[in-house]
Each structure stands twice: as C-alpha cells, then as structure tokens.
Design a protein around this ligand. Structure first.
Ligand code: AHR
Length: 778
C-alpha cells in the first residue's frame, strides 16, 4: 500500500513569506478596476500619447436637452495646480431641458446600484457670480437614478462634495453634470466613488475586488509592475515617463497623468501611498519594484553619472515607508495621514531587464541601498525568460552583488510546468533566493490550475531556495483585455476568481510556517509524455520582414545523408515547408538575409500542426532575441534565449543542430542557444507537508494531475488521532472555467476528517487537489 508519513514535530525549513500577489495596472487593473473611481477621464487629461484614439474629452459627451445649448472646450492655463493642468470650460447659452456633460464611466458605464451611496466631488469656479448646478446618476437615455444640486461661486478653484444615493440598479449608467443658468463655468476632477470602498477609505479601492484579495491572505504584494515600471521615457516630467513614485503621492487633483504602456491612461489616483495603505489593509508586506534608469524596450538609459536622482528615488522610498517623522520623507508620509511606518522589508530594482545597461546600473542601486539600509532585502532580476544568457547574467549579477533575491518570470505551457517540476531541486540555499515574481501556465482552465498546483508543491519543497512566489497577472477588466490568462476577472459591477485564483488561495491560506519531514512508500510510478526525439516538419519563415534563404541543407547525422533545397525569396510572414524529418540527429544550415522589415526569421522544426512545433526565432518582437520556443497544444514556452539583432542586407549563416530533444543553434559559427525540450513526466502524486505554528495544525497537500485515482495511507507522526478538515477540488472537467454565470464552478469544498488513530487511507481522485489540515492538539 502507498504511504505518506508526516513527522509533525520534525521541522525542516521555515516557509517565510512564500506566497503573495502581484498587482500591475494592466487590463485596467487600477483605473476602472481596483481603484474605486467610477468616472473615466475625470480630469480631462486623456491624450493621444496614451492611446491614438484618446482625446481630452474621451468618455465625456455634451448634453443639450430640449433647447439646451452650450459649448465645451478643454484648457490648461489656470488649472487647479500641481501637475494636473487640463480642465473643462463650459459656456452655457441656454439651459432648456438640460445643458451639461455626461460621463460614460468604464466598461458598460457608471454602475448604479439601488440603495447604494456614492461620494461625488468636483472642482469648479465661475468667472463671476454664482452658477447653480445639478449632478445626476442616470440611464443612457437620461432617466434620473440619483440627483443633487449645488451652487458654484467664486473664481477660485473650490472642491464641492456631496453624497448621492441611487434608487435603481443599472450597470450602464452615466454621471451627468448640468448647469442651471446661462454663463461660463470651469470644471475639473469630476469624481464619483462608491461610499463603501474597501475599509471605507477615501480615494479607496473597490470593495468586492479587494475582498477577493483579502480572502487569499497573501504574505506580500509586489507592485506597481511589471513592464509598467520601466516602459517610458527617462524624464520624470514627460507625459510618458517611466513609473516614478514621487509623481504618485500628494493631493490626487495635483498628480500628473501618465501614459500606461498597456495602451491607456494612468490617473495615478492609486499611487504609492494608496499601495502602502492597501498592503496594510490586506495585512500583507509591500514589495515595491522601481525602474533602474533604463528602459529595455526602447534601450533608453540614463547616463551613469545622472543616476543619482533614480537612486535617491529608491532611498527616499525606503525613508517614506520606514523613516520616522523627523526624516524628510517620513514626515511627508505622516502629513499624508500615516504617522506609523509601513515597515518595508523588500525593494526590487528593475523588472525583466535585459541588456548590459541594466547590470551596469544595478550595481549602484544595490550599493547605495545596502550602505544606508543594510536590513532591506534587495531584489535583482533575471529577465523575462526562464533560461538563457540574460537569465544567467541576472543570476551572476545577483551573486556578484550579493542581491538577496532574484526575480524570475515565466509564462509557459502546462506541459513545461510539468516537465520542470524539479526546477529548483538543485538550487543552493547559500545563493540569492528566488523571487518567482510572475508565473502562470497559459490558460484559466482547471487543467492550468491543477498543473500550477503540482508546480507549487515543488516551490514549497524548495523553500530553502524559493522565498517568494506570485501568480501573474492578477486582475483583468473583461472590457479591456491586454493579457490573459489572469487570476481575477471583473466588469464594472461583478467579479470572480478563476480556477487559478482558487488554487492560489488554497495554497496561500494553507501556507505553513515550517516544512516538516515526510517519507513515502510506493508512489514512485511515473508517466512520461511526448516523443523521445523531435520529429516532424521543418519550415523556414520570414517574420514581419522580406527575406532571402539560400545554401539550405539538412544533414542526417545518423546516416550522413545530406539533402539540399532551392533558394527561397520570402515576403512578410511567408512560410516555406522544407521537409519532414524523422531522425534522432540532424543539422539544418542555411544563409538568411533580411531585405526589409522590422524583424527577421523563424525556423520551425518538429512541426506536427500549427499548435505543436518548435521554433527558433531569430529576432523576436523587438528584434533583440535569438529565442527557442516549444509550442504544445497552441501554448508556447520559451526554452532558450540570447540577445541578437537582425540587420537588413546582412547575410547570416544559421545552423540548428537537433539531437534527441536537445537543440543547439549557431549564427555565423557563434553558439546562440543550447536547450533541451524536456518531456513532461507525470508523477503518481505530488505532496508536501508543513506545520502552522500559529494554529498548531499540520498541513498536508497532495496533488494528482494524472487521469487515474491513487490510494494512499496518510500517517501523521506526532498526533494521537486525526481531527481536522480536508479541502479539495475534484470532479471538475479539465477544460472547465469559472465565469460570471458560474463563478465557483472550479473551487474548493471543505469537509471534516476524523480517525481514532493517527492514520487513515485516502483515495486521491484523478485530477484532484487535496489539502488536509489536522489539529496537533496541545
Ligand atoms: O504580467 C504581464 C507582463 O508580463 C508584465 O508586465 C511583464 O513583467 C511581463 O512581461
């Protein structure tokens, strides 16, 4: 009989802050998402730099009812102050049945909920006299659900605030602002928040989304990005600057607007002070990530001599979070309303950086932070790939500098995650620790979540090397998708957690304080998937470029046979099948030249169909990669990477050597990639045990990703009897997904489990995730 024996009193490794969350303003995660503001473009700052379709009046419409007449324009000469310059000037010629403006909100509109209270505020001034005004929440056709009147007087910007209460539920609502008299009026920062924000904070978060986060009990929150932090210009005052935290604090009406690299606008209403407050409200540790004066997308870099301002940003942020009120930034924090420190422990420099420019700069940040704040854990980065030269360079930099952690990111096929279950088994305890800052299998089905659960068992087993891990991305507004999969999906009034969310939540709410010893009997069956060697069609492709391929040949290294092929002239994105290769070892060589276009070439090998193949990308999306990727069932994983740029009208001698499942690539004789497309190996069960010293429980996690059930005895050494709970997800089709209609289709159930002795037999269903929480008693 199979057996898992857990030694509850034999702690092996502390689990620290292992599981957390990652917030990035992608998919409208902030504005229109977690940030509670319901008015889109509240301060008329939208601009075409954010998105070519944007104007300063985007999301606003002029309303002229029954003879109402007005003109509107956006000006910026005498704004409220600070860096938020634009405001609306309305000249009302005739009031008629209504003269004003209305806002369309995010997604389907401003959500109006019967009985709900809303906090409305507006900055306004009139050049002379008074202007009676009216604010409404209304239907698209003007049916009023909530209404308040107020009078604007004086030529000084003044904030008017009032509460509205809606009498109707309509998720397609509008916010209306009407003038009740002819004349001129200036308007800005037109804002509507639900009164019941998370923890009822002013300028607060959407409660339903925040509640899902709170329920996970994350140990930390990484923020504010992602690519968001380093994409943009190097000048903090530029409209499209990289993310500079000092731009994001202080009165919201004075904060600048910024381009969001995901193609929209950032109001920065959710700024660093709000992030710290949110962490406090969620009882989670803040893990801010700062740019390093380098944008790897555009290759813009601040001169090393000018890095001071950027390093000061990092030092000042630590002071802002932790300094007492006698310090400059500690005092600013107190003035903003938080005298107590935020207890920052971690800081990240850079996100997914590639290129020597970053490593040259990281050194200075690291040294300055460690000199002033030796207790702060500094996080380095190993780029956007799970392996390859930039990845290795990140790790080398981390070792050389003594970084505390290295931020690894990967989005891969479920099969890659299965094949790499043991990725961290040989990582050394003495090395910098892994911060798995972004990871996900491609998809939100139960299968994805199940495989992620099996992978997380590997993270726990290797907690000596892996200190922090968070799924990414976290949030997605269904009407503004930049990236998927995502952990939590929402629209303007509803939210649900994906299957992946429930797995994260199960693991987070059952994170022990210490791993404990365990032994097993049996449970050593393994199932190897895929083929022993790479075979299938070979193709040459041009990637958004015109190209010429010549001297093409494939040599069968087993037989010595050489096949030659005609030269090819390829137009943009053309694909040319060469042959079908069924050999354990072969070499494809050719000369490739790009004649025009932004990228380069692709060499496809082992193609079964469009969804199952391996490709060597010579250029990549920004023409800076030599990347080997494996596609399984349409889901792609990067399995090798080195930086490389394809120039126009230059001939490159390309060579790809395939041996079994190992791939080596060469350009002009230089070794570019060496990688193995590992076969996934399904283990009979994946299991791990820990104890929670705070609750005195022993926690056993067991994942079965195979399509047959496995029975095993569970014995807990250190308890007399079994008294606890079993929380599991099972009986779900692998392709099932949660949705607004069925938000908990894939979600755990909890039951009691008891036994008069310290062991019990358990049947682990096929495709199941099981967590036992057993009381250890006094
Ligand atoms: O999570 C989405 C994006 O993926 C992040 O912005 C970036 O760091 C990664 O490439």
């Amino acid at each position: 009989m199979n057996k898992i024996k857990v030694f509850a009193n034999e702690k092996t490794k502390p689990m620290g802050d292992l599981y957390g969350i990652f917030f990035e303003d992608i998919n409208h995660a902030a504005d229109g998402g977690l940030y509670g503001e319901l008015v889109r473009n509240r301060s008329f700052e939208f601009a075409c730099i954010d998105n070519p379709s944007y104007r300063s009046t985007t999301a606003w419409e002029k309303v002229e009812l029954d003879g109402g007449k007005l003109s509107i324009a956006v000006e910026n000469k005498n704004g409220i102050g600070g860096q938020n310059n634009n405001y609306l000037v309305a000249e009302v010629y005739n009031v008629g049945g209504g003269a004003g403006i209305k806002n369309y909100g995010y997604g389907t509109g401003v959500p109006s909920v019967e009985g709900r209270k809303y906090n409305f505020s507006i900055f306004a001034r009139v050049p002379s006299g008074d202007m009676p005004m009216r604010v409404t929440i209304e239907s698209p056709s003007g049916k009023v659900y909530a209404e308040k009147s107020f009078t604007v007087s004086g030529d000084k910007w003044t904030k008017y605030e009032m509460e509205l209460c809606a009498d109707t539920t309509d998720y397609n609502g509008r916010l209306g602002v009407y003038a009740e008299k002819t004349g001129k009026i200036y308007l800005d920062m037109i804002s509507l928040f639900p009164a019941d924000t998370y923890k009822e904070r002013k300028n607060g978060m959407r409660a339903d989304i925040a509640k899902l986060l709170e329920d996970m009990k994350p140990k930390f929150m990484r923020f504010p990005g992602g690519c968001l932090i380093h994409d943009g210009s190097m000048n903090k005052d530029d409209r499209d600057s990289a993310y500079r935290w000092k731009n994001t604090i202080g009165p919201v009406e004075e904060r600048p607007s910024r381009k969001n690299n995901w193609g929209y606008n950032q109001s920065l209403g959710l700024g660093y002070y709000e992030y710290f407050l949110l962490c406090e409200d969620l009882n989670t540790k803040p893990v801010p990530i700062l740019p390093a004066g380098y944008n790897p997308h555009s290759k813009q870099a601040v001169a090393i001599d000018d890095l001071g301002e950027w390093i000061d940003d990092a030092l000042d942020l630590i002071e802002f979070a932790n300094g007492d009120t006698t310090t400059k930034w500690g005092r600013i924090r107190a003035e903003l309303g938080h005298e107590a420190p935020f207890n920052l422990e971690y800081i990240g420099i850079g996100n997914e950086e590639v290129g020597q420019e970053f490593w040259d700069r990281y050194v200075y940040f690291h040294k300055a932070i460690k000199e002033k704040y030796p207790e702060i854990k500094v996080i380095n980065t190993s780029g956007p790939f799970a392996q390859g030269t930039e990845y290795e360079r990140g790790w080398k930099s981390a070792r050389d500098n003594g970084s505390d952690l290295v931020d690894e990111h990967y989005y891969m096929s479920p099969e890659w995650f299965i094949a790499n279950h043991h990725r961290y088994d040989n990582f050394k305890e003495t090395d910098p620790k892994v911060f798995l800052g972004e990871y996900a299998t491609w998809g939100n089905t139960y299968y994805n979540a199940l495989v992620e659960a099996s992978f997380m068992i590997g993270l726990e087993r290797n907690v000596h090397a892996v200190s922090l891990a968070c799924y990414a991305p976290m949030l997605c507004h269904v009407d503004y998708i930049n990236w998927q999969p995502d952990m939590i999906w929402f629209n303007n009034h509803d939210v649900y957690g994906s299957a992946n969310y429930y797995v994260q939540k199960m693991f987070m709410t059952n994170q022990g304080t210490d791993l404990v010893k365990m032994t097993t009997e049996g449970l050593d069956n393994k199932k190897v998937l895929g083929e022993e060697y790479i075979r299938g069609e070979v193709l040459l492709e041009s990637d958004q470029s015109d190209a010429v391929f010549s001297n093409i040949q494939i040599r069968n290294e087993k037989t010595g046979e050489v096949k030659k092929y005609d030269d090819i002239t390829a137009r943009r994105n053309e694909s040319f099948p060469l042959d079908n290769i069924d050999s354990e070892e072969y070499t494809l060589s050719l000369t490739a030249k790009k004649t025009s276009g932004p990228r380069g070439f692709r060499i496809v090998i082992g193609k079964k169909d469009n969804d199952n193949l391996i490709l060597w990308n010579v250029s990549g999306w920004a023409n800076q990669d030599s990347e080997v990727a494996a596609r399984v069932n349409g889901r792609q994983s990067t399995i090798g990477h080195k930086m490389f740029t394809v120039d126009t009208d230059v001939e490159y001698k390309l060579e790809i050597k395939v041996k079994g499942r190992e791939i080596n690539t060469y350009i002009d004789g230089e070794h570019m990639n060496r990688t193995v497309d590992k076969q996934p190996v399904i283990e009979e069960l994946y299991y791990i045990a820990s104890v929670d010293a705070d609750t005195n429980d022993v926690i056993v996690k067991v994942v079965n990703i195979d399509d047959k059930a496995v029975t095993s005895v569970i014995e807990i050494d250190g308890v007399d009897k079994i008294d606890g709970t079993v929380t599991d997800i099972k009986d779900c089709a692998l392709d099932s997904k949660n949705s607004f209609e069925n938000p908990t289709l894939v979600s755990p159930k909890e039951n009691k489990i008891t036994s008069d002795t310290n062991l019990f037999e358990y049947n682990f269903d096929k495709h199941s995730i099981t967590i036992f929480r057993i009381k250890m008693g006094k």
